[in-house]
Design a protein around this ligand. Structure first.
Ligand code: DC
Length: 224
């Protein structure tokens, strides 16, 4: 089999990486893998089983009971915990905090490493997360690290949650986001930082089509 093309999109929450990754996957016909959803699902498992999301030993003792799978419907990723579709359940602010806590545990990251790599072996992928370019796919042909001004990121996240009927204020989202940014970028394992060979792309002030267009230029240049 010829080598697959791997595009890594990393960056903090609200930087527009998942919107960009979805747009690019559609444009290029690649499979889109949202790795944050996988950490969120592990967080949901911890919550449901009354496991402290900071307790690495308690959580890792239950790894054999965590059965996560991804399916794609019309290019849209669905995530399952055992046979249950949890794609929507993992999107609450509480699930975000659980995900941030479990994602700081080295054993959780090691447990999820091969699963994430396996997607990139089968087909061309656009994978988004925090450590895709640094740890999961260090050999990705294209690595983009997304950034945007923190207030703009919080505003985007608030509008996204409001559109889903979740009643959150800007202040709440901003405070949550700052806390998660700090957890995600200062943790010892796989912190959210750009790979040495990543293109850092600040999309503050750009709308979605402009962001996709600029990213396509970066990809074209890297693949040529
Ligand atoms: O992208 P997101 O907000 O859905 O991610 C949820 C949490 O998972 C976030 O706090 C960071 C963490 N995460 C991670 O550590 N590594 C990834 N590759 C993806 C997400």
């Amino acid at each position: 089999m010829s080598e697959t093309i791997k595009i890594a999109i990393d960056g903090p929450s609200g930087s527009g990486k998942s919107t960009l990754a979805k747009g690019l996957a559609k444009e290029l016909g690649y499979v889109y893998v949202d790795t944050g959803a996988i950490y969120r699902t592990v967080g949901l498992f911890a919550k449901r089983n009354s496991i402290d999301p900071h307790d690495e030993d308690a959580l890792s003792a239950r790894f054999s009971n965590i059965d996560i799978s991804l399916k794609w419907e019309d290019g849209v990723q669905k995530i399952f915990l055992s046979d249950e579709d949890v794609s929507e359940l993992i999107r609450t602010p509480e699930a975000s905090m659980y995900a941030s806590a479990v994602s700081a545990l080295p054993k959780v990251r090691a447990f999820l490493l091969e699963m994430q790599r396996s997607f990139a072996k089968k087909s061309n992928v656009i994978m988004d997360g925090r450590d895709i370019g640094t740890v999961i796919l260090p050999d990705a042909q294209v690595k983009i690290f997304m950034q945007a001004h923190p207030e703009e990121r919080a505003r985007r996240r608030m509008l996204e949650l409001n559109a889903k009927g979740k009643n959150v204020t800007f202040e709440e989202v901003y405070a949550d986001m700052c806390l998660r940014d700090k957890n995600d970028s200062t943790r010892d394992v796989a912190p959210c930082v750009p790979a040495d060979d990543a293109v850092v792309f600040d999309n503050t002030g750009l709308d979605i089509p402009q962001t996709v267009e600029k990213a396509l230029e970066i990809i074209k240049e890297k693949l040529s």
